[in-house]
Design a protein around this ligand. Structure first.
Ligand SMILES: Cc1cc2nc3c(=O)[nH]c(=O)nc-3n(C[C@H](O)[C@H](O)[C@H](O)COP(=O)(O)OP(=O)(O)OC[C@H]3O[C@@H](n4cnc5c(N)ncnc54)[C@H](O)[C@@H]3O)c2cc1C
Length: 749
């Protein structure tokens, strides 16, 4: 028997530690963020884990212990992570990555705890994004934890958009909350009457202020806005009953009722008076768009943390499963490996791990992108303001030219672009344009944010079911190490609140077809091909082929109609647009995962801690990339094939034609082995009337040739992906884990 010498593969010895993560998720040079991670982890695996173990999730009531958890967040610096240094914070500059990291650490143990901290930020976000300077200073300072020597309780906040049925939920247009003028004395600030009922409002049990979306019910107020309500305002501030949640019980949720008088200065972002009418500077849609595009990213990261947090408890369970049984002596395979002797158990855990890596990479990439976007967005607003343009359609129109310039810049960076002084002068000119930078980052963020929320939480919920199943019966008990069943259910809420999956798909339907994004996407596809040539083990080749197939399919569907003559790619046609949005999200997650491993490989050696055993870690994480890329490619291939072929109708005559076309292609293949068969068959078919004049593709198959070529390329690019999975499984069966989980599983605190 001959054997082939395979290159030596390094194995990962221990679970990826902080040093590895800091490089992958790009905060190795951010000491402030590293400290935040450590302190959030301390609260999560200490205070929060003890609350869960003590059964605090068994009641949806707000208890003193849960309230104390908020104080623990304050002490640990988690609350202050949202604030500027002058408001009582400690992080300078944009904070999207910071908030994402804190949410990730808290959700590693409990999603409700993470939500309790995020709800306060969500309440402040409308003020932070669009508030007047006075509003920003007042509420962020009040919400900041007390500074040393100060004796005050920080204000808590809630964000009230969702209303009782039949008013707003997914559709945020039909507000029933009302704003009227209660009193407007000449020369004085108007007093407003606010009537708002909320449904499922987080943080409601302990909040001191609420940012609420309301619609005008008064001819003297234009449109809608967001107003700030305080618990000391005149009127009714009723927190309502607690929602009987099955999930996230460490945060409070309820259906409040507000009937209050507030000064007009509480309109978020201020207002002007035109012809005796109050015109809010921002309507509620403008504000919630600015808020959600950022706050949805940490939610996606929460589900990523759940998936990754499942790995260690499952490995421990699998390995220890048969210890103590008769015949299972230390050193024996049964004793040491337990269920990990079984391939399927390992492969499924590899899938959980790979999805968790991809979700984290996607979410952190989105968070970093918003950190980069924040200052550019401010610059854009200032430039447009100078030109007398503010918000809405006027802004979109003004940025059209910048979009063309951005596309031109991307094209100038193409490899086929011949270098020359004119090209580099033009490139430098475009590079110096802040609006070009803005539209590029904005187009990317408009896809990465909904993709993170959609894929991480939706696919993440499915993956958590897998993780639970790997624990057997233990998985669906309260005692399950790592609280996996809680996390499974919690993931479903993360897929729902701040806009369920339909909202993210709807957004992607629009943003993924922007010309700027599609130019970037083509560039990324080429980038993946390039990566594939020197890092084939990452699955970049598979991914590049899947990206090409997706791009081709989108283009095809945008130009195609169904048999009734209706456009296939259309906002109302969710059967087409939504699956394509899903497919894109798979691609984005896989791409980010690969890029993070390349970053680790490039920089890991320069870090004393990450450098140790780097080759093995990179090999393992690359194998996870390959496994994930293969899954993404499979999803994309399935979805695209269904959409390209599924809208062809086969009525009688078409069926006939299609049959002939199908037979013709079959015959072509047979011709190779049985020369002359085609001529014979054509005669037969002509005799029974089913063959057209000449063999060739029918209408249904026209254009599909290119699709099939791309799809078959994708299929062959799967080469090696199962070998990668086998290798990853082998590592999972050997990697060292700590003796015990570093937070309590069950029982009294
Ligand atoms: C625990 C919890 C905490 C929450 N916290 C807050 C909070 O702090 N503040 C706040 O304002 N809200 C909060 N919410 C509300 C949450 O954001 C909404 O539940 C969510 O946006 C969905 O609205 P809905 O429940 O009314 O669903 P609906 O609008 O009734 O939608 C139900 C389903 O119908 C389908 N659907 C609806 N519209 C469309 C469409 N256009 N296209 C395709 N499919 C569609 C989708 O499948 C969707 O999931 C919270 C909810 C929960 C459960």
């Amino acid at each position: 028997m001959s054997s082939v010498a395979l290159p030596e593969i390094k194995s990962m010895l221990t679970l990826p530690g902080d040093a590895v993560r800091q490089i992958q998720w790009r905060f190795a040079d951010r000491f402030d963020l590293q400290m935040l991670v450590q302190s959030a982890r301390g609260v999560a695996r200490g205070t929060v884990a003890r609350l869960v173990a003590a059964g605090e999730r068994n009641t949806h009531e707000w208890t003193p212990a849960k309230d104390e958890m908020l104080n623990a967040f304050d002490r640990a610096g988690i609350t202050a992570a949202f604030m500027e240094p002058e408001e009582g914070g400690f992080i300078i500059g944009p904070k999207n990555l910071a908030l994402g990291l804190a949410a990730f650490e808290l959700a590693w143990v409990d999603g409700g705890a993470a939500t309790a901290s995020l709800a306060g930020f969500l309440a402040l976000s409308p003020i932070h994004e669009r508030g007047t300077q006075e509003q920003v200073t007042r509420y962020k300072t009040l919400a900041a934890p007390p500074q040393p020597g100060e004796d005050r309780k920080p204000w808590r906040g809630a964000f009230a958009l969702t209303e009782p049925i039949p008013y707003i939920g997914v559709d945020t247009g039909m507000l029933s909350g009302k704003i009227r003028i209660a009193e407007w004395k000449k020369g004085k600030e108007p007093v407003l009457q606010i009537d708002k009922r909320g449904r499922f409002i987080t943080g409601i049990a302990s909040e001191n202020f609420v940012t609420a979306a309301v619609n005008s019910d008064d001819a003297r107020i234009q449109g809608s806005c967001v107003v700030i309500l305080e618990d000391g305002d005149e009127g009714t501030f009723d927190r309502g009953t607690a929602t009987k949640k099955l999930v996230h019980q460490l945060s409070s949720t309820g259906d409040p009722v507000f009937n209050l008088k507030v000064p007009a200065s509480r309109i978020v972002g201020g207002y002007t008076v035109k012809d005796g009418v109050i015109v809010p500077n921002f309507n509620h849609s403008e504000i919630i768009d600015a808020v959600f595009r950022r706050t949805r990213v940490p939610v996606g990261l929460m589900t990523a943390a759940k998936m990754l947090s499942a790995v260690e408890p499952v490995i421990r369970y699998q390995r220890q499963r048969f210890r103590g049984a008769e015949g299972a002596k230390p050193g024996s395979v049964r004793y040491e490996q337990g269920i990990q002797q079984r391939e399927d158990a390992l492969h499924r855990l590899v899938d959980v791990w790979a999805a968790g890596e991809a979700a984290a990479s996607l979410g952190f990439a989105a968070a970093r992108l918003f950190d980069a976007l924040d200052p550019i967005e401010k610059q854009k607003t200032a430039i447009l303001k100078e030109r007398g343009i503010r918000g809405g359609r006027a802004e979109m129109k003004a940025l059209k030219e910048s979009e063309q310039r951005a596309i031109e810049l991307l094209q100038l960076n193409e490899p086929q672009q011949k270098p020359g002084p004119e090209v580099s002068a033009r490139r430098n000119e475009l590079l110096a344009d802040p609006l070009v930078h803005y539209v590029l980052a904005d187009a990317e963020a408009n896809v990465l944010c909904p993709a993170t929320k959609l894929w991480n939480t939706g696919h993440g919920a499915n993956i958590m079911r897998e993780a639970v199943s790997l624990m057997g019966g233990y998985g669906i008990t309260e005692d399950c190490p790592g609280f996996l069943a809680n996390k499974w259910m919690d993931a479903q809420l993360e897929a729902t609140y701040e806009g369920p999956e339909a909202v993210q798909r709807r957004q992607l339907t629009v943003t993924m077809t922007s010309e700027v994004f599609l130019t970037q996407f083509r560039m990324w596809t080429r980038e993946m091909r390039h990566i594939a040539s020197d890092h084939p083990g990452t699955g970049a080749c598979t991914l590049a082929s899947a990206m090409s197939l997706w791009g081709w399919t989108l283009n095809f569907l945008q130009r195609s109609i169904d048999p009734a003559g209706n456009k296939l790619y259309h906002g109302q046609r969710q059967g087409v647009t939504f699956p394509l949005a899903d497919a894109l999200s798979w691609l984005m997650a896989s791409r980010c995962q690969i890029l993070d491993v390349l970053e680790l490989e490039a920089r890991g050696a320069g870090d004393a801690v990450a450098g140790e055993g780097l080759a093995g870690t990179v090999q393992f994480l690359s194998d996870l990339c390959h496994t994930q890329a293969a899954q993404a490619a499979g999803e994309v291939s399935r979805i695209c094939a269904e959409l390209v072929f599924g809208y062809n109708r086969h009525p009688q005559w078409e069926e006939q034609e299609h049959r002939s076309c199908f037979l013709a292609s079959e015959l072509e293949e047979l011709e190779e082995t049985m020369p002359g068969i085609t001529a014979m068959a054509v005669d037969v078919l002509a005799a029974d009337g089913s063959h057209p004049q000449k063999a060739g593709p029918c209408a249904g198959c026209t254009g599909s040739g290119e699709f099939l070529r791309l799809q078959s390329k994708l299929t062959t690019c799967l080469t090696g992906s199962r070998l990668a999975k086998d290798r990853a499984a082998e590592t999972v069966s050997k990697v060292m884990i700590p003796e015990a989980l570093d937070y309590p599983a069950a029982g009294p605190a």
